[in-house]
Design a protein around this ligand. Sequence first.
Ligand code: NAP
Length: 299
Amino acid sequence: MKIGFIGLGEMGRPMAANQLKAGHQLTVWNRSAERAGPLVEAGASLAASAADVAADADAILLMLADDHALRSVMSAGLLAAIKPATVVVNHSTVSVAYARELSAAVTALGATYVAAPVFGRPPVAEAGQLNIVLAGDDAGIDKVRPALNAMAKKCWPFGAIAEQANVVKIAGNLMIASAIQSMAEASALVRAHGIEAGGFIGMMTQTLFATPVYSGYGSMIAERRYEPAGFKAQLGLKDVELGLSAAASVHLPLPIAGVIRDALLDALAHGGGDQDWSVLGDVAARRAALDGRRARATW
Ligand code: NAP
């Protein structure tokens, strides 16, 4: 297949690299062109603009930060350049409202739009083991199956209405954020009582919470290892806010998401926006002044 790939951040680079490994012809574009270097060395072509990616692509794969990034790339000429035979596959985590809008705009051109947000961090993307949530036109999905297979452990179909894949992705991320926040608070609790967080997290993640989300983020919190970020706190905040706005649109309160949004704002206010979103561990510790305590006071 001729694949165009736009957005070569932490996730986009390994996902694009897997297209090359699968033998597809790859053209890439990224706002900061230098990030394309290793892909070009491995055989990809570098397009001069996002619109140029659309010139000859069977499928255009998008892995951009957020609604704003996609809007700016689309309005800078990409949307106008999409051809009717092309399938646009949007892997970015975007709002439900924007997914609906973009799907309509692409479909109006006679082209096909597939929403394909992903679960898995950069090392999972590198291993070609992402879980990809899919929604959109069946024929379009079949056409891009070879490209999806190059990146996925499994594709999970959720029907024909594209933005429903984004609802699933956003709801899943709220579950991950809740897991991180609960470990952050529980770790602060044990530390405040003089117990080392590593032993506590180790026990819980080898017993009742033996799953990748708890063990992966749990060890980052216990070791206070927030760099390099696999998923930046600022993107985590974006996703929690996507959940809150998707919920507000159907008059659904999400009280836990509100608490996590405020904790992420706290992290950003303290300069943690580019750290991993497990920096919520430090937010909980800071609220208890754990690092400033000289001796345990008794209350
Ligand atoms: P990232 O490393 O921050 O990369 C963001 C990408 O968006 C870069 O290519 C960046 O270009 C581009 N971009 C940002 N603003 C732009 C703008 N105004 N115009 C054009 N391009 C712009 O993020 P990531 O971790 O790869 O995440 C990408 C998407 O995947 C996000 O929607 C995220 O929520 C989702 N996701 C991430 C993970 C994860 O663990 N990291 C997992 C699942 C899903 P530059 O290189 O020029 O900055």
